[in-house]
Design a protein around this ligand. Structure first.
Ligand code: HEC
Ligand code: HEC
Length: 400
């Protein structure tokens, strides 16, 4: 292709030879990478029907909503891709959203009647924009998490995550790990998505994202979020009076946007490179006990989408909640306590620029050194490594 674009002109022999070497090198590279998708790609070898799901989902994920589509009255942005953008649609970004609440003598109040726990920083009508109420004394940013490979995480059987939970630290290694059980319509499920493992499925997460980030009521979240929690103000702020909920309607092809964006998230390929648990960096990672929480290898169970069934993958997380001490965000969310956070999956982290739940760390080293609570002993083991060992370990984490 490069040859053609240059007009095919290879008048000078040396130049031609160099060029053909380059072409061979690129070919070899792309062959090596054939098994590894580019960020934003669908899972490899999707059936034609599932590829249609993925493509329709990608379009809905990038769609810019306006008030006529149901956006608002208050929202954080106009499309999913506005936040999930890097390095491709479905990724994360440096974008944070704001959560707040009031913590008083051990009790946490999410200040629902004042618009909590999530701030919607934009509104169709500027007079309706929310602000953080003065009562809030916990105000934290939450970084946008990438969704690459999320369908595989969703397809881990509940009991496999449950098998790793050790709430009472019965093995005495100083690391417990709690399941975040969440009420999924119909039955309790093992949470695994979000900084606090607050959602069990991509459908429920996407439903919440639609209504909380964009103000789009949908089948699983039919109620509009009132500005500042003020229901009386809601009517005044609604851009289109008397609009029926749910706003997310079934399109001509028979799917709601909720179903479409969920399919997109589900069928996204995992991040690359796929970091395998071998070599010197991996041994150091184990020696520092990182893998007690950042569990390397998982398998999906059976699945109605056969491309997601019985797949082995390497996300580096146990999806459990851990008491992280001062690194906790202070927010009580569902059954997750103020100091508890989900072990963040490390796959794909080499392509990111911000780390930890609020994006405070700008290097992997800083991220590790902020580990406290149950991870304090592991961090101390890391700190005790010689400089070259630290570097090898972090290179391994970054997939370098
Ligand atoms: C204003 C920014 C913003 C917009 C818009 C947004 N998100 Fe998110 N998304 C986030 C943040 C921040 C998180 C992490 C939230 C948390 O854990 O509390 C997240 C997390 C997620 C996750 C969980 C990923 C994981 O593996 O934990 C999914 C799924 C998701 N969003 C889907 C969507 C969909 C679908 C849309 C569009 C309907 C959307 N998001 C719109 C900011 C945004
Ligand atoms: C006790 C469990 C535990 C241990 C042990 C542990 N971590 Fe973590 N790790 C976490 C949790 C929980 C988070 C999420 C922190 C947050 O929410 O800000 C995290 C986050 C990270 C992040 C940032 C991820 C992101 O998405 O921003 C990196 C990098 C990381 N850990 C590396 C390591 C390394 C390297 C070790 C070993 C030296 C280690 N961790 C040991 C629980 C653990």
């Amino acid at each position: 292709m490069a040859l053609q674009r240059k007009g095919g002109g290879c008048e000078r022999r040396r130049f031609c030879r160099r060029l053909s070497h380059r072409v061979v090198a690129v070919l070899a590279l792309s062959l090596a990478a054939a098994a590894e998708a580019v960020p934003g790609d669908p899972l490899p070898a999707l059936s034609p029907a599932h590829l249609v799901w993925f493509n329709e989902g990608a379009a809905a994920f990038s769609e810019e909503y306006v008030a006529e589509d149901g956006l608002g009255p208050i929202f954080n942005d106009r499309s999913c891709v506005a936040c999930h953008s890097t390095p491709a649609p479905g990724g994360g970004s440096e974008r944070t959203v704001t959560r707040f609440g009031r913590s008083e003598s051990g009790n946490f109040d999410p200040l629902v009647s004042m618009g909590g726990p999530l701030l919607q920083a934009q509104a169709i009508d500027p007079a309706c924009v929310e602000t953080v109420p003065a009562e809030a004394n916990v105000i934290v940013g939450r970084l946008t998490t990438p969704m690459f490979g999320a369908g595989l995480i969703e397809a881990i059987p509940d009991e496999d995550i449950a098998a790793l939970a050790d709430p009472g630290d019965s093995d005495g290694d100083g690391i417990s790990g709690r399941l975040h059980m969440v009420q999924y319509p119909g039955r309790p499920r093992v949470g695994r998505f979000g900084w606090k493992s607050q959602e069990a499925t991509l459908l429920s997460f996407s439903s919440d994202a639609m209504v909380s980030e964009m103000g789009l009521t949908n089948a699983l979240a039919p109620g509009t979020t009132a500005p500042g929690g003020d229901v009386a103000l809601l009517a005044a702020c609604e851009a289109i009076e008397g609009r029926a909920d749910p706003e997310d309607a079934v399109g001509p092809e028979g799917f709601t946007d909720l179903v479409k964006v969920t399919n997109f998230a589900r069928l996204l390929a995992p991040p690359t490179p796929s970091v395998r648990p071998t070599g010197r960096g991996w041994r150091l990672f184990r020696r520092a006990r990182c893998e007690t929480c950042h569990v390397a290898r998982w398998n999906t169970g059976s699945h109605t989408v056969e491309e997601l069934a019985f797949v082995r993958f390497y996300p580096y997380s146990d999806f459990l909640l851990h008491d992280m001490g001062a690194l906790g965000d202070g927010i009580v969310q569902g059954a997750a306590a103020a100091t508890e956070m989900r072990t963040a999956p490390l796959w794909g982290i080499g392509a990111r620029t911000r780390y930890l739940h609020d994006g405070r760390a700008t290097s992997l080293l800083e991220a590790v050194q902020a580990h406290g609570g149950e991870a304090a002993a592991s961090r101390a083991r890391f700190d005790a490594l010689p400089a070259v060992g630290k570097r090898k370990l972090l290179d391994f984490v970054a997939g370098r």
